[in-house]
Design a protein around this ligand. Structure first.
Ligand SMILES: [Zn+2]
Length: 484
């Protein structure tokens, strides 16, 4: 007879249900798994065999075939163990078929039968919820992810014996503790802690209001990193849907480790030794990269010139499209990557170009090769570029507005933008066009640069509470480009 249990797998950050069919037949004892299993799924045979034996069940001495359907979907990871073990128990008559009817079972088995948590439980459960699965078994290590979902009956189990007892009705179905997103908006750093740097703070606010990318250029110690860290705190919080999507990403990326249950926007600051796969995702067992972990939030590249050019260049497409497409094992995987980029860099290799405190010792050649590292296709997408000078003595006494005050203005600009989407083109005053035309002539601006400046000017207008771009907005937008 054939036993059927449901399991699930993740492709990208999306969950897919998989039918686990177990067939026991006469013949030489053997154990095969078919249906595009990856290495980890194939190793399930050893884990399941030992777990069954060590949980007091006998392992059938017959020919055992496990089919994972649909056959054209790549199955990855160790989440199939529990479903396979339960299917075997039905096939050899320990469990009744109706015990596993409509059940989705998730979890990796250790050799003694204890259940381990698996990555991607959140998207798997959401797929089950969409598909109308009635009951789901989830390892205790994944309880937090399970607690976010209310539309389906979930049982938390810690051991294979436990799962069998629950299915036979000998043990209570233990529901996960409900979990909610943390509504409190808190950031590591508040803008009020940043001294001086008024121009850069203004640029940060505009960047937040228009979701523009930002470059901070300045000598060491002027506060570039501190300022960048303030950005999530002045952005409006995630919506529930966005927070759930971000939680799914973290569920896939970190497995049973901490789930992200916050409405604060993510802030990722990868080191310059990061690889291409670390940045955009990938690997043999594909995982989302930093751009995806920063989805709906901020990707901060400190000491941007230290990153290899190849790593910076692969960021261009995901930042532009908001999604990364990778092909692995003949499958295309999509990772969302709609994030805001903040770059920080010293103005020159020694760091003191333009400083009043210390003299720059860089040669002209060093300078131009350094600048070349920063320029290029990625910097073309950075709408706001600001220079931060070294702090003056008087700056130490001046504190800025707190983040929550700035966030209020940013929120207003966001609302106005969504109200204006129906307009095919934002209105722009004649004077503003005249300012732009003069700049095009004087600086030989490219078409791309012009559209960037217009976008920034429109954001400034919104922050100003206006519904059309005025000359002053255009003039300010023109100041946020550095000749690099
Ligand atoms: Zn220098």
């Amino acid at each position: 007879m054939i036993a059927r249990v449901k399991a699930a797998t993740v492709l990208g950050i999306e969950g897919f249900l998989v039918d686990v069919e177990v067939d026991l037949s006469r013949g030489l004892p053997g154990f095969d798994i078919v249906g595009l299993p990856d290495v980890v799924v194939r190793e399930s045979r050893q884990r399941v065999r030992a777990a069954l034996k060590n949980s007091g069940f006998s392992f059938p001495l017959q020919r055992l075939t496990v089919n994972l359907a649909p056959g054209d979907l790549r199955k990855m990871g160790s989440a199939f163990d529990l479903a396979i073990a339960l299917g075997i128990l039905v096939a050899c008559g320990v469990l009744e078929p109706e015990h596993i009817d409509g059940i989705l079972a998730l979890g990796e088995l250790s050799l003694d039968g204890t259940l381990r948590g698996v990555p991607g439980v959140l998207p798997m459960i959401r797929a089950a919820e969409r598909d109308g699965v009635s009951r789901i078994l989830v390892p205790v290590e994944n309880e937090e992810a399970a607690g976010l979902i209310t539309g389906v009956k979930i049982g938390i189990v810690s051991h294979l014996r436990d799962a069998v007892a629950v299915l036979e009705g000998r043990k209570e179905f233990v529901h996960p503790k409900p979990v909610h997103f943390d509504l409190e908006q808190k950031a590591d750093t508040d803008l009020s802690e940043v001294r001086g740097q008024h121009a850069a703070k203004r640029a940060l606010e505009i960047a937040a209001a228009g979701r523009h990318n930002l470059l901070l250029l300045g000598p060491p110690g002027c506060g570039k990193t501190l300022l960048a860290r303030c950005l999530p705190g002045i952005l409006p919080p995630l919506s529930q849907d966005e927070a759930l999507e971000v939680a799914e990403i973290y569920s896939v990326a970190t497995g049973q480790a901490q789930l992200r249950l916050s409405l604060n926007r993510p802030f990722r600051s990868p080191h310059h030794s990061s690889t291409i796969a670390g940045m955009i995702g990938g690997g043999a067992q594909p995982l989302p990269g930093e751009v995806t972990l920063a989805h709906q939030g901020v990707l901060f590249l400190d000491e941007a010139t230290e990153f290899p050019r190849s790593v910076l260049d692969v960021l261009r497409q995901p930042l532009e499209d908001g999604v990364i497409s990778l092909v692995r094992h003949g499958y295309s995987i999509a990772y969302p990557s709609s994030c805001q980029l903040v770059l920080a860099a010293n103005p020159c290799p020694c760091g003191f170009l333009g400083s009043k405190v210390k003299e720059c010792v860089c040669s002209g050649r060093e300078l131009s090769s350094y600048r070349r590292r920063l320029s290029g296709p990625l910097l073309d997408r950075v709408e706001l570029q600001v220079w931060m000078g070294a702090l003056e003595a008087s700056d130490y006494a001046t504190f800025g507005e707190p983040s929550h005050v700035v966030r209020k203005r940013v929120r207003g600009a966001w609302r106005q933008n969504s109200a204006a989407v129906s307009k095919t083109e934002q209105t722009i005053s004649k004077n503003a066009i005249a300012v732009l035309e003069a700049a095009i002539e004087r600086f030989q601006l490219s078409a791309r640069a012009v559209s960037r400046i217009r976008r920034v000017a429109w954001t400034i207008a919104r922050l100003d509470g206006r519904d059309s771009t005025q000359a002053a907005h255009m003039a300010e937008a023109l100041t946020y480009r550095l000749a690099l």
